[in-house]
Design a protein around this ligand. Structure first.
Ligand SMILES: C[S@@+](CC[C@H](N)C(=O)[O-])C[C@H]1O[C@@H](n2cnc3c(N)ncnc32)[C@H](O)[C@@H]1O
Length: 222
């Protein structure tokens, strides 16, 4: 099942940026900027962008954390997506962005490693099991008081678009993902504190922002 999903994204990687550009190039760049600006990441931070796809958010984050020690790790399980991300990283000369092929449910990072984890337009596409394991992993790899920020589309108002939106949720995730999409905050509160929903300027997308609160030894703090 996981292999089939990876294959789907490997094939999709060949059209992904083209489709996003045709759909809304300006809007998607503005949304990614909104995500990065709202995340609170700053120069010198360690950031993880999960389900990075072709790396658009990770590359923008690379600029935001530029400074001594500022690094972005961009994680995805699709080799095809990461190949496209690598090309974009080379074209932009963004050496503080590192690409890692891994599944969100088993991340190859130490505990308390990152200041911020971002995820754009991918949480709804995970299976329920991957999402729950992924959220536990995000909490584990974040430092105490680290932030997790995810961005998704709001439920569309137009009936046809809304229908396609629900098709995406149920085919890529599961029927239970409809519940997560209508109320992410309840599930996020099982893993994080200070969970808030922030509508995008257009109202068509939303950010869910959360903070980790855990007991860690003082020497693990930045
Ligand atoms: C719709 S794309 C979003 C890409 C990017 N974040 C963006 O906003 O353009 C979803 C991405 O999630 C990745 N993905 C899906 N399930 C995953 C998993 N279990 N572990 C790691 N990556 C996964 C896919 O390979 C794909 O690149």
């Amino acid at each position: 099942m996981g292999r089939l999903r990876r294959f789907y994204y490997d094939v999709f990687s060949n059209f992904y940026d083209l489709i996003i550009d045709l759909h809304a190039s300006d809007r998607s760049a503005a949304l990614r900027r909104f995500l990065v600006d709202s995340s609170g990441m700053k120069p010198g931070d360690q950031v993880l962008d999960i389900c990075t796809g072709t790396g658009s958010v990770a590359l923008m984050a690379g600029v935001a954390v530029e400074g001594p020690g500022g690094q972005v790790v961009a994680l995805d399980f699709s080799h095809g997506m990461l190949k496209k991300a690598r090309r974009k990283r080379v074209a932009k000369g963004r050496e503080n962005v590192h690409l890692v092929q891994a599944d969100v449910s088993r991340m190859p990072f130490a505990d308390n490693r990152f200041d911020c984890v971002t995820c754009s337009h991918a949480m709804y596409e995970l299976t329920e099991t991957s999402r729950k394991k992924g959220l536990a992993e995000i909490n584990r790899v974040l430092k105490n008081n680290g932030s997790f920020v995810m961005m998704e589309h709001e439920i569309p108002e137009k009936p046809l678009v809304r229908f396609l939106y629900y098709v995406r949720l149920t085919t890529m995730g599961s029927r239970k993902n409809r519940g997560f999409a209508t109320d992410e905050r309840t599930e996020l509160r099982s893993y994080f504190s200070d969970v808030v929903k922030i509508p995008s300027p257009t109202g068509r997308s939303k950010l869910l922002s959360a903070t980790t609160k855990k007991a860690v030894a003082p020497n693990l703090q930045k």
